[in-house]
Write a protein that binds this ligand. Structure first.
Ligand code: DAH
Length: 348
């Protein structure tokens, strides 16, 4: 019996020695001291011994059990130490290695262009006006002299807001003219830059696009003022001091007379030809680009906001921003602006 206990002790110590995880130590403990364990096996035979023997063997068994319990506690501690000791090897960091550079983005080409336009007009005394993108029909059409039954409404492929009667996604930035004049007395010099929406989509049209709108109202404002502002603007924004503008008569309900504004092609400088007699494809060799709508503010529009149309006159203009950016940077498809492909975006 004593021999058996001695053997058990040797066996458990050997098992503990090779136990490399807490889990295996626990398994060793169960193997020897669990209810079905080897220790209990031996103890079951204790009853067959004489009283004298029971005492000696019992004592030995108790001592051995204690000894073995502390041996397994010791093994737990050893393992813990080993782990801490290896942390230095496993988890070290070299604090002198240079850090990873975060990728720094930049403003989108269109946003930069919008800022440039705003800065340019600020120099000419124009403030930035504002209006909502979800606009009342009243501002988008009625106040701009486009009544409900007017065919000019068909020129705008309008998104109507479902369940919100008489609201649209603004089809142009012209309603900002009205918002601004409602809040301001003449003289007025205001521009608006922002998103507009129409049911339209191809290489040069997108359902969402940006417009620039301008308005100047004061006593004695004439088409000469319009022409000089337009010309200066195109010369500055296309960085070409040779640019000229011309007006062609056209129709917009909120101006009278209304016109299309053309500027000389900034690529071929109005000649229709590139060096080596290569034909200019942008202006289709005509030397001019149709770029904006404009006109003298219709007296009815001035009266709609309570201005005295006998005393005041004004000009207004509007144009698509993407088109200008496409011309300036030779971009051939509208969708490039909105896809956010870094190969495109990082070129600018
Ligand atoms: N709002 C017009 C459009 O989107 C553009 C326009 C034409 C604006 C003439 C004007 C203007 O201010 O005078 O088609």
């Amino acid at each position: 019996m004593q021999e058996k206990i001695q053997k058990l002790k040797v066996g458990m110590l050997a098992d503990l020695k090779v136990a490399l995880s807490e889990q295996t130590i626990k398994e060793v403990e169960v193997k020897y001291f669990g209810r079905q364990g080897l220790f209990n096996e031996i103890m079951k035979t204790l009853k067959d011994l004489s009283d004298e023997e029971k005492r000696t063997v019992g004592k030995l068994a108790n001592e051995t059990k204690k000894e073995l319990e502390s041996a397994s506690q010791k093994r737990y501690q050893e393992l813990e130490h080993e782990k801490l000791g290896s942390i230095a090897d496993d988890e070290w960091i070299d604090v002198t290695v240079p850090g990873k550079k975060p990728t720094v983005g930049h403003r989108h080409l269109l946003s930069k262009f919008i800022d440039d336009v705003e800065a340019l007009f600020a120099k000419m005394g124009f403030v930035l006006g504002e209006g909502p993108e979800v606009e009342k029909e009243f501002y988008n059409f009625d106040q701009l002299n486009i009544p409900e039954d007017h065919p000019a409404r068909d020129m705008h492929d309008t998104f109507w807001i479902k369940n919100l009667e008489k609201y649209v996604l603004r089809t142009h930035t012209s309603p900002v003219q009205i918002h601004h004049m409602e809040k301001t007395e003449p003289p007025v010099r205001v521009i608006s830059l922002g998103k507009t929406f129409r049911k339209d989509s191809d290489a040069t049209h997108s359902p969402m696009f940006h417009q620039l709108e301008g308005l100047m109202v004061d006593e004695n404002i004439s088409m000469a003022n319009l022409k000089s502002v337009m010309t200066h603007f195109f010369q500055q924004i296309f960085e070409d001091p040779t640019i000229k503008t011309r007006f062609r008569i056209s129709y917009f309900p909120f101006v009278e007379p209304g016109m299309e504004v053309d500027c000389t092609c900034p690529i071929c400088h109005g000649s229709g030809k590139l060096p080596d007699n290569v034909p200019c494809r942008l202006c289709k060799q005509c030397g001019w680009l149709e770029i904006a709508g404009a006109g003298m503010v219709h007296p009815q529009v001035l009266e709609n906001v309570g201005y005295d149309s006998e005393k005041y006159t004004g000009f207004a203009f509007g144009m698509g921003l993407e088109r200008m950016v496409m011309i300036k940077y030779r971009i051939n498809h509208m969708r490039l602006f909105f896809e956010n492909d870094l190969r495109f975006i990082n070129q600018f």
